[in-house]
Design a protein around this ligand. Structure first.
Ligand code: DQA
Length: 144
């Protein structure tokens, strides 16, 4: 069982970027947490990050036939991208949405999530732990 973890713009700057919101752990720590979790759960994983909307769409499309599910933090594209929503719908792989911060308690423009419309579950406000929860949820979903 293979999982694709996708991170959108500016998540490569974790640790530097607004640490009060996103924590002090860097992107390498996120990748390590995801890889460790998947190894423990017997899952194959690829962790992908891009600052470019079209590249994320391409990655979702290429997941078809290679991955069984997707964990996605579309970052700012969460609130703007119909293209990412459509790509998730097109491949129809089970997808779980993650946000490090609790977007429900932030600005009005963050209250919209297009990607969520194609996701089976959302974790927000749990820090990097949200990725672990998302992977466990996806494994459970794929196993049932
Ligand atoms: C985020 C929340 C988004 O609103 C923001 O644009 C991000 C990160 C999060 O993980 O909390 O870049 O997705």
């Amino acid at each position: 069982m293979n999982v694709l973890v996708i991170n959108g713009p500016n998540l490569n700057l974790l640790g530097i970027r607004e640490p009060d919101l996103y924590g002090k752990q860097d992107y390498a720590a996120l990748v390590a947490l995801v890889e460790e979790t998947c190894a423990q759960e017997g899952l194959g994983v690829e962790v992908y990050q891009s600052n470019h909307e079209g590249d994320i769409v391409d990655k979702i499309q290429a997941a078809l036939g290679k991955f069984d599910g997707i964990v996605i933090n579309p970052a700012a594209y969460t609130h703007t991208s119909v293209a990412i929503l459509d790509a998730l719908k097109a491949v129809a792989l089970p997808a779980v949405e993650v946000h490090i911060s609790d977007v429900s308690k932030r600005e009005e423009f963050r209250q919209v999530s297009y990607a969520r419309l194609a996701c089976i579950k959302t974790y927000m406000g749990l820090g990097l732990e949200g990725y672990r929860q998302a992977i466990l949820y996806l494994k459970d979903y794929l196993t049932k």
